[in-house]
Every structure is written in structure tokens, then in C-alpha cells.
Write a protein that binds this ligand. Structure first.
Ligand SMILES: Nc1ncnc2c1ncn2[C@@H]1O[C@H](COP(=O)(O)OP(=O)(O)OP(=O)(O)O)[C@@H](O)[C@H]1O
Length: 616
């Protein structure tokens, strides 16, 4: 039998049956009573929280169970209950069929059939009731489903909101993590800063202590300063007095300096504006040969003694003496220092504004270069380096009196009447030619020559070395060239005393002449002859010029040789001249020595006019 809800016709059948209640009698009433009692029993089943033991109830009843709740429980009476109810209403004998009707017992059979019909009707009723209950349950369940869907939708909305919130919270968490990272960094920094702060505090404390100490010192020094200021005021007054004195003394000093120059010059004039010193070189093995005699008591005389053998042998050998007097004669033992002492006064004159010329004359190997240049070792330095040293030292001292000096150096060689710049540093192929020029104010200059400004002794010594290199290069090309050429070192000196408006200008000229030995014309040829002619010409012209100056002749043949032309400014009226005559002591040099001494003696006899300083 179907448990689906009973169709309307069946329900009508059932209700009609019910309306015709008399068909069922008390049994029908019992069923109705049962229906009233069903609900409380179903409710009792709910209390247990378990599905009621209704037995084979199928889909229509069981579906609402999914929702759980009271609807599921209010299923209505179980079939067991119904069966029990029906069974109790049907008389056992008729229904059970235990007793088989006789074929003829039609009445009995009808009665059984009626009993069966009643049973079925009761069942139908019960099912209908059950269906009603189920319908209610379905409606309730549906309502609940709708509510639950709404709830579900709300909850979904809520969940999505929660999810959004969660997303937002995740962002917050990231930020929080970052902030916590920053925080730990800041904490570290803070701890560093705290450490530094502590150090600073310690430092501050120590500095405060130091400050206190300094304040104390300051107050002590302030009182000292006050005392010093008083002293300073007194000292300033004293200084001002002293300054006046210094100015006065400077004036006196300047006057004294001018007086010194005047007296110095007077002494030089008294000594003669041209002086001749004789210097005798030692023999190679040391000492002196017999033919040269230097009286011990006197350092101004030299005697050349010549022994002439008797030709006949009957008479004894005769000795002929040649005596010469000079301003000074230096023996073979004389040191470079001793020699320079004698001419240092002349060097001083150069700074005072007088032209000074110093030259060495003598045969080859007699010691001219040794006298003028010497060697690089201090004790053996010659006239040129010593003069330079003296000049720079004296200039420095005069600086304290307001003098300022400028120095210009040049170094020239005269070989075969040709000029050669010994300070030239360019290529040999580009060596320029030189000419001597005389300006309108009688100043002699050489074209294309190196005029080097110098301000120290070392600088000049460097130039002398350069000149020697240039000379030795030429020497390699021609043997003994240096012996056959004149070398002229010139230092132009310009001084100015700005405060006193005084100027001076002079030239110190130091000359190493070519060897003066004479050669027989028959012995010299070609270049040698030319050289000899040039040397002899220039040296003899030097003698002629000095002699002309001494005799105050109207014409002085300066231009007859390059040497005298170049030395024009340093010879004559406005200059002081010193000549070294160098002597070789070997007996075989006797002739040349005699010639040299004779030449020097002539020069020594000359008195060249009175020198006047080049002052403006
Ligand atoms: N007074 C002296 N004391 C010691 N040695 C000297 C003296 N004079 C010269 N001599 C030495 O004699 C040698 C020749 O001297 P020096 O070269 O100066 O002669 P010189 O006249 O310049 O010759 P030259 O004309 O060839 O240049 C050198 O070795 C030098 O050192």
C-alpha cells in the first residue's frame, strides 16, 4: 500500500466513512481517540533525541528529518501503533481467518469481508492523518528551509565581511611586522645613542673640570696680562725712543758706510788703481828652483838669477840677477786664501760701485787657472768663487741698510779673436756669432750673449761649471785650446738704496788669459801660427792699452783686439785693475818667466787715473 499522501477521493471516502460513523461503531471512536494520543507519543520520541521507531516509514515522512528539529519528530503514530490499534478493534475470530468458513456460511464470509473493509478504512484514516501531519511538517520544514537559507545568506554575507576584515587585518599585520622591525632598529639606535650619550656625559664632565682649571688659569693670566700691559706700555714708549735712536743710527750708519767707501777707495787709490801681484807656482816635486829668489824679509820682491858660464874657462862663472818689485809676491807656499785676502778689498770696491778687473797673465802651466778658479774643494777654490762668495755675503749685509742688489753673470771665451758664449746651452750647430757693441753711455755689451740673472753663490758656481763644460768640449776638438784662449767672467752689479735714493752700478771682471809664451815664427805654421799671432796681438795690445792709459794718451787703442775692446769698461779711469803674473819655477821656463816679469813690471809702473764710483 502507498504511503504517499492520500488522494482527495480517498480522503472523501474516508471522511464519508467517518461521517457514517455508525458503520464502524466503537472501533471508529477508538481510532479517533488514538489519533488524539498520537501527538503526545511522538513528542515523547523527540525527548529521546532519536528518530522514532516507526518502522518502515519511507521518503515522504523521512525527508524532513534532514532538517532535524521538531517537525521530523512529529511524524505521527507509527504503523506499529496503528496495527496494534486496528488489531485491537477487529474481532479475532473473523479477521484472522483462523476459522475457515464453511462454503455455505455466506453470512460469515460477508462478515469477514466487512471486517476486512473496516480494517482497511481504519488504515486509510490513519494514513490520511499521517499525511496531514507530514504536510504540516513539510510546510514547517519549508519555512524553516527558507529561514535557514536566509540565515545562510546572512552568514555568507557575514563571512565575506569577515573575509574582508581578515584581508584588512592581514595588511595591518604586515604593517605591524614592519613597525616591529623598525622598532627593533630604533631600539638598537637608541641603545647606541644612549652609549654615546654616556660617553658625552663623561666627556662633558671632564671638560667641565678642564674648563674650571682653565678659568682659574685664565684669571691668573688675566692678572699677569694686566701686569704685562703695564710693562707693554712702558716698553712701547721705550721702543718708540729706540726707534728714533735706530733711525738716527741708521743715518749715522749710512753716513759711516759712505765714509767707509770713500776711505776704502782712498786706500785703494793710494795702493794704486792698477796693481800687480806675482805668484810663483811650486815645482811639481815641491819647493823652488835656485834661479828664483824670494827674500824672506820682503814679500814684494822677486829675483831671477842667471848664471853665465865662463866661455874661456879662465874667469869664474858670472851670475846675472834680474830684480822685480811688485805690489805683492806670493811664493810657492802661499795658499789660495792668502792670495784672495789681498784682493778681497778690491772685490769690496766692486760692491761700492767701482769697476774692477782682475786678470792672470803668464805662460802655459804657470798657474793662471789655478789662481783664478782653483779646484772645487773649499781650501783650493780660486779668486772667482771666493769673490762671488764675498760679494753675495756683503750684499746681504748691506741689505740691512736698505741696499738691494741685482747681479747678472756672463762668461765668454776669446779664441783666435772670435767670441764664444761659455753659458750657451743650445745645440752646437745653432751657436750664434757675437759682436762687441758699445752703447752711447759707454757700456760695452756682446750681441747674442747669455746674460744670466743670478741671486746666489751656488747659482754662479753652477754657471762656472757650465762654462768649464763648454770649454772642455771645445778642448777635445783642439788640444790645449784653453791655454790658447782668454776666458772672461763678468758679474754686473746694480745696487739701489730706495730709502736714500742712492744707486750704484759696476762690473767685476775676472780674466784667465791665454798662455803668454812666445814662439819662434819658424816653429809655428798654419792654425798654430794664427793662434800665436792672435794671442801675441791681444796680449801685447793689453800692454799697449795699459801703457796708453798710464801716459794719459789721447788715443787708447782698445779696439785693436777683442780682449781690450771687451775690457774697455774695466780698464782706464773708472776702474781698479789687478794683474796676477804667474811664474813657472822650472829652469827651462827662465826665458818666459823673464818676459812675463818684464811685461808685468811695465804694467806695474803705470798709474791709471783716479777711479770714481759709478754713483747716481
Ligand atoms: N800655486 C800652486 N800650487 C799648487 N799647484 C799649482 C799652483 N799653481 C798651479 N798649480 C798646478 O799646476 C798645474 C798648471 O796650472 P794651471 O793649469 O793653473 O796653469 P795655467 O797657467 O792655467 O795653464 P794654461 O795656460 O794651460 O791654462 C795645475 O796642475 C795646477 O794644479
Amino acid at each position: 500500500m502507498s504511503r504517499l499522501p492520500v488522494s482527495a477521493s480517498k480522503r472523501a471516502l474516508s471522511s464519508s466513512s467517518s461521517e457514517n460513523g455508525q458503520d464502524f461503531g466503537p472501533a471508529q471512536k477508538k481510532i479517533c481517540k488514538d489519533r488524539e494520543t498520537v501527538k503526545p507519543r511522538a513528542a515523547a520520541t523527540i525527548v529521546g533525541g532519536r528518530r522514532p521507531a516507526v518502522g518502515p516509514t519511507k521518503a515522504p515522512i523521512s525527508r524532513p528529518v534532514r532538517a532535524g528539529g521538531a517537525a521530523t519528530v512529529a511524524v505521527g503514530p507509527s504503523r506499529g501503533v496503528l496495527k496494534q490499534t486496528v488489531a485491537s478493534t477487529v474481532p479475532k475470530a473473523g479477521v484472522g481467518g483462523a476459522t475457515k468458513r464453511q462454503p455455505w456460511d455466506l453470512k460469515g464470509k460477508v462478515s469477514d469481508m466487512e471486517g476486512k473493509v473496516r480494517n482497511f478504512q481504519t488504515k486509510i484514516k490513519s494514513v490520511n492523518q499521517e499525511n496531514e501531519v507530514l504536510k504540516d511538517t513539510v510546510v514547517q520544514s519549508h519555512t524553516k528551509v527558507v529561514e535557514m537559507e536566509k540565515t545562510l545568506a546572512r552568514q555568507r554575507n557575514q563571512i565575506s565581511e569577515y573575509e574582508k576584515e581578515l584581508q584588512a587585518l592581514l595588511g595591518v599585520r604586515d604593517k605591524l611586522e614592519k613597525v616591529s622591525g623598525d622598532k627593533s632598529l630604533l631600539e638598537k639606535e637608541l641603545s647606541n645613542l644612549e652609549g654615546k650619550y654616556k660617553v658625552m656625559e663623561t666627556l662633558r664632565d671632564s671638560q667641565e673640570t678642564e674648563l674650571q682649571t682653565l678659568k682659574m688659569k685664565l684669571s691668573v693670566q688675566e692678572s699677569a696680562l694686566a701686569r704685562l700691559q703695564t710693562t707693554l706700555t712702558n716698553t712701547e714708549e721705550e721702543v718708540s725712543r729706540l726707534k728714533d735712536t735706530v733711525v738716527q743710527q741708521k743715518d749715522e750708519l749710512h753716513a759711516g758706510e759712505m765714509e767707509r767707501r770713500r776711505l776704502h777707495n782712498t786706500i785703494q787709490e793710494l795702493k794704486g788703481n792698477i796693481r800687480v801681484f806675482c805668484r810663483v807656482r811650486p815645482l811639481v816635486e815641491g819647493g823652488l828652483s835656485k834661479h828664483i829668489q824670494l827674500p824672506a824679509s820682503d814679500n814684494k820682491t822677486i829675483t831671477l838669477a842667471k848664471t853665465e858660464e865662463s866661455h874661456t874657462g879662465k874667469t869664474s862663472d858670472t851670475q846675472k840677477n834680474y830684480n822685480f818689485n811688485f805690489d805683492r809676491v806670493f811664493g810657492p807656499q802661499a795658499s789660495q786664501h792668502e792670495v784672495f785676502e789681498e784682493i778681497s778689498l778690491l772685490v769690496q770696491s766692486a760692491l761700492d760701485g767701482y769697476n774692477v778687473c782682475c786678470f792672470a797673465y803668464g805662460q802655459t802651466g804657470s798657474g793662471k787657472t789655478y789662481t783664478m778658479e782653483g779646484s772645487e774643494y773649499d781650501d783650493y777654490r780660486g779668486v772667482i768663487p771666493r769673490a762671488v762668495k764675498q760679494i753675495f755675503r756683503a750684499a746681504e749685509k748691506l741689505g740691512a741698510q736698505g741696499w738691494e742688489f741685482t747681479f747678472t753673470a756672463s762668461f765668454v771665451e776669446i779664441y783666435n779673436e772670435t767670441l764664444r758664449d761659455l753659458l750657451f746651452t743650445g745645440k752646437a750647430s745653432k751657436r750664434p756669432e757675437h759682436e762687441i757693441r758699445k752703447s752711447t753711455n759707454n757700456e760695452v755689451t756682446i750681441t747674442n750673449l747669455t746674460y744670466q740673472k743670478v741671486s746666489s753663490e751656488d747659482q754662479v758656481l753652477g754657471l762656472i761649471m757650465l762654462a768649464n763644460q763648454n770649454r772642455s768640449t771645445a778642448q777635445t776638438a783642439q788640444n790645449d785650446r784653453s791655454s790658447r784662449s782668454h776666458s772672461v767672467f763678468q758679474l754686473d752689479i746694480e745696487g739701489v738704496n730706495v730709502g736714500r735714493d742712492v744707486k750704484c752700478k759696476s762690473t767685476l771682471c775676472l780674466v784667465d788669459l791665454a798662455g803668454s809664451e812666445r814662439m819662434l815664427k819658424s816653429q809655428s805654421q798654419g792654425e798654430r801660427f794664427k793662434e800665436m799671432t792672435a794671442i801675441n796681438g791681444s796680449l801685447s795690445n793689453l800692454g799697449i792699452v795699459i801703457s796708453a792709459l798710464a801716459n794719459k794718451e789721447s788715443y787708447v787703442p782698445y779696439r785693436n783686439s777683442k780682449l781690450t775692446y771687451l775690457l774697455q769698461g774695466c780698464l782706464g779711469g773708472n776702474s781698479k785693475t789687478l794683474m796676477f803674473v804667474n811664474i813657472a819655477p822650472e829652469p827651462d821656463s827662465f826665458g818666459e818667466t823673464l818676459n812675463s816679469l818684464r811685461f808685468a813690471s811695465k804694467v806695474n809702473d803705470c798709474v791709471i787715473g783716479t777711479a770714481s764710483a759709478n754713483r747716481k
